[in-house]
Design a protein around this ligand. Structure first.
Ligand SMILES: C[S@@+](CC[C@H](N)C(=O)[O-])C[C@H]1O[C@@H](n2cnc3c(N)ncnc32)[C@H](O)[C@@H]1O
Length: 315
């Protein structure tokens, strides 16, 4: 028993030594403190949180090294917060630029690309909605405020809020040849990121329909803070919204069952008046793939965590 404790303390000593050297390397790497190096900084923040602080918390109370561990934890938290502050300053600066200068289309994409290296080809192989550095960057830029509490109960067929991964929206903006007069609708728009990103990446008018008023206010607030135009968030049940100017409809599975069927019927009627596209992501895709009034290369058995594009057959 005694030798097991000694071995454990020796292992803890070794772990402390390694963590001290890892923190030292982060503290002394000037590149991590340069505003533009968002990707590397994000990796470092992640490493501190999950490889250092979590490890310290696991060791605390288990060894006779508590004093050393607490000092190390304090040092890790300090450098983490310094790195996070650089991101906050970076986002404030970029928000000011978007507000005052306005960045749309290629300019917005290259502003993001300057800070985050992302490859949209990876989207093809995702088996679930995974999030990455692009999401951390877009959240910091567009949705820095804490998410509001839900104020209304969802009906059983309504799906709770979950964000579409940002790279899926980047792919959508690349893949769909938007025309100037297109009007993009995000059905069940949550905190508004999909509509805001599509507007920033393509310049088209974007609208979001969201059941939860607090989410809608949050989205509208974002638009106001960034001084964006041609984006509106409508607080309504998707079964009651006005789609008369919509041409491109996006759904990250906002609802299912009869609600989905009812909304699809509304969209089918709209498609008799003009050609529309429906773009889906997630578990609602097979249901939409089975609609005879829509054309698509998507089969019911395709990966649901891949963008699926459907075009109405009439008009
Ligand atoms: C999976 S989330 C999608 C979020 C958003 N589209 C995005 O990509 O970030 C589903 C959203 O749909 C909303 N929702 C569910 N049922 C709805 C309905 N009948 N009408 C409008 N919004 C609804 C939920 O409140 C939630 O915010």
């Amino acid at each position: 028993m005694k030798s097991r404790i000694i071995n454990y303390n020796l292992a803890a000593e070794k772990a402390i030594f390694e963590m001290q050297s890892d923190i030292g390397a982060i503290e002394n790497d000037p590149l991590l403190f340069e505003e533009k190096n968002f990707d590397q900084r994000t990796e470092a923040i992640d490493f501190i949180e999950f490889q250092i602080i979590d490890q310290i918390e696991g060791l605390l109370g288990e060894t006779n090294q508590s004093d050393k561990l607490l000092l190390l934890k304090h040092r890790a938290e300090k450098v983490k917060s310094e790195l996070e502050k650089i991101n906050i300053i970076l986002f404030r600066k970029l928000q000011k630029d978007i507000r005052n200068v306005g960045y749309t289309g290629k300019e917005f994409k290259s502003l993001v690309n300057k800070h985050v290296d992302f490859n949209l080809d990876d989207n093809e192989h995702q088996e679930e909605p995974g999030y990455d550095n692009l999401d951390i960057f877009i959240n910091g830029l567009l949705s820095p405020k804490t998410m509001p509490e839900q104020t209304k109960d969802l009906e059983p067929e309504m799906v709770f809020y979950q964000k579409t991964p940002a790279r899926i929206i980047f792919e959508l903006a690349d893949k769909i040849k938007f025309a100037k007069e297109d009007v993009f609708f995000d059905l069940g728009s949550g905190l508004g990121q999909a509509g805001i990103l599509v507007n920033l990446l393509t310049g088209v008018t974007a609208k979001g329909v969201e059941f939860e008023p607090a989410f809608c206010d949050y989205s509208q607030d974002c638009v106001k803070k960034l001084n964006l135009s041609h984006i509106t968030f409508i607080n309504a049940d998707a079964r009651q919204a006005d789609y008369s100017d919509g041409t491109i409809f996006f759904m990250y599975t906002p609802f299912n069952g009869e609600i989905l069927q009812e909304v699809l019927e509304i969209l089918r009627k709209e498609s008799l008046l003009r050609k529309i596209k429906i773009i889906t992501y997630g578990p609602c895709t097979p249901k939409i793939a089975s609609q005879s009034w829509l054309d698509s290369a998507v089969s019911k058995d395709d990966n649901i965590y891949k963008l699926a594009v459907f075009t109405s057959l009439q008009n």
